[in-house]
Structure formats: structure tokens, C-alpha cells
Design a binder for this molecule. Sequence first.
Ligand SMILES: [Zn+2]
Length: 143
Amino acid sequence: MTNVERVARHFTSDSNCCICGAALEDLDHVLCRCPSALQVWMELVRPNRFSEFMALDIIAWICANFEKPDRFPMRSTDWSLMFGSIIWFLWLDRNAKVFGAADVTVGSVVQNSHRLVLLASHVVGSRMIAMQAGAGSTRDPVL
Ligand SMILES: [Zn+2]
């Protein structure tokens, strides 16, 4: 939960970002504008589209990245999956920093996201092969 949400629920009176001190720690700030998130996006988004990427409101930003997966990334392989993974790891990174867990770096957010994308691609590929082979059930007994 962001600090803006905590204030709305009367859990705290402080809506500032715990990481950078910005006045409002809302979802847009956490996932897009906080310097730690910004560094990640600068590493992945085409420089000539970065202003457009940053100008969208949070809902339009999420929709645009899932609906137009070739628009923003420098490398467009599995951008929808990569975008979702980055958001997930940015959230985990924030929680690790706020709650004093291990130090998380920009590189680890990107690397963990790449690993998750590779794993998901492998699972989907394995299931497609099983379905094409007529193996019957597509359920993975290990999962
Ligand atoms: Zn911040």
C-alpha cells in the first residue's frame, strides 16, 4: 500500500515517499516517477519515446504498455510480460527498501524481470509443445 493510500485510510498522516522524500507516494510515483523506478525505465525505454512514456497518467501508461508492446521498449521481445515483471519487481524492491530487507539495485530489478520473462516463456513453450504432441492434459504436475 502506498503512503497516499495509508493517509486515505487514516493509518498515517505522512504521504511522503519513504525513498526519495517526494510529497506524494502514490502508485504513479512508486511505479514510474520515483528515482529508483525512473532509472529502470530509462534503461529499457527508447530515448526518443521516453517523454511520451512519462507523460501518460497511470491507467493510460499501463494500458499503452500492454496494448502497444512495440511502442516503448528498446528491445521488444515479450514487452507485455517484461513490463508486468518490472512493475512487480519495482514493488518488491520498494518493500525491501522500506522494510529494511536486502539492498536491491536497479540492475537486480531488470535482471530478475528478465529471469521471470525467460521462465514464463519456457513454461508457455513447454505447454505448447505438450499440446501439439497431443499429450492430453496440459497441466504441469510439478506446479
Ligand atoms: Zn520516491
